[in-house]
Design a protein around this ligand. Structure first.
Ligand SMILES: Cc1ncc(C[n+]2csc(CCOP(=O)(O)OP(=O)(O)O)c2C)c(N)n1
Ligand SMILES: [Mg+2]
Length: 262
């Protein structure tokens, strides 16, 4: 089987804007699913509300497109109700960290056996570009017309501190690394959190000096540094990109988890 067989062609055309990074993340996730050899009948995709949360609609398995911020609450029910299912959550930065922030930290604390893929476009994409908890300081959005004055959440640090067993960050530029990270997350019992930074040309890029789609992709390429390398650079006083986006595996561990079949 190839990963393309997981797509639902009857739902095309999709809603994503030209140049959106979400499709890349869906591809990477389905390539990881294919690599896992999961069966469609044993796999469920759960999401909240947002552009990112539309992803399960394009996949052939059973899925739940739930309410804004509540993907993890529904996914908890699905997984604990039927631990035999492989449960993958697609969410966005607003869905996960704003309205759904409390579900996020408690799902990580409980370490529920889920794979959570967050498409972080650093904005509320679907509703026209309001600022989110991951909008960088100084960035323009419809609700931060003079530049965001708030520090942003680091979703990976948050997931790690709250207790998730596996945490990793990549971007839509890093297709191979992202696929491998999702795969490792699927292989790790407990909550696996994979953050995928994505370009949003319509609602983030055009307001923030990324005139072309590839300008934002190039920014992600040139501002990412592997976490371990970054630590070394800091210790040795070496210069690194500003702002810097640490990528790679933040943690892989074996805390007690919920929903793992013993
Ligand atoms: C309870 C509730 N509040 C607000 C909304 C409106 N709303 C829909 S999507 C969204 C933001 C989505 O942002 P994000 O999760 O980052 O997803 P994106 O569209 O950027 O992928 C909001 C506020 C809603 N649907 N339900
Ligand atoms: Mg978003």
């Amino acid at each position: 089987m190839t990963y393309q067989e997981w797509f639902r062609e009857d739902r095309l055309p999709h809603i994503y804007c030209t140049g959106c990074g979400n499709g890349t993340v869906i591809n990477c996730t389905l390539m990881a699913v294919d690599e896992m050899g999961w069966k469609k009948e044993d796999t469920a995709f759960i999401s909240g509300i947002g552009c990112s949360s539309r992803a399960p609609g394009y996949i052939v398995t059973d899925s739940l497109h739930t309410t804004h911020g509540r993907a993890l609450a529904f996914a908890t029910g699905v997984k604990l109700g039927n631990p035999d299912l492989h449960v993958v959550v697609f969410t966005g930065d607003g869905d996960l960290a704003a309205i759904g922030g409390n579900h996020f930290i408690h799902a990580c604390r409980r370490n529920i056996d889920l794979t959570v893929v967050c498409m972080n476009n650093q904005i509320y994409g679907m509703t026209g570009g309001q600022g989110s908890p991951t909008t960088p300081m100084g960035a323009l959005s419809t609700t931060t017309p003079y530049g965001s004055a708030e520090p942003a959440f680091d979703l990976c640090e948050l997931a790690m501190a709250a207790g998730a067993n596996y945490v990793s960050r990549w971007t839509s530029y890093h297709v191979k690394e992202l696929t491998r990270a999702v795969l490792t997350g699927m292989q790790t019992p407990g909550l696996s959190f994979i953050e995928a930074l994505v370009q949003c040309p319509t609602n983030y890029g055009r307001r923030n000096k990324f005139k072309q789609v590839l300008d934002q992709v190039e920014f992600m390429r040139s501002h990412t540094v592997l976490i371990q390398k970054l630590k070394r650079m800091e210790e040795q006083g070496e210069k690194f990109p500003d702002p810097v986006i640490p990528v790679g595996e933040f943690v892989r561990r074996n805390r007690p988890a919920l929903g793992v079949k013993v």
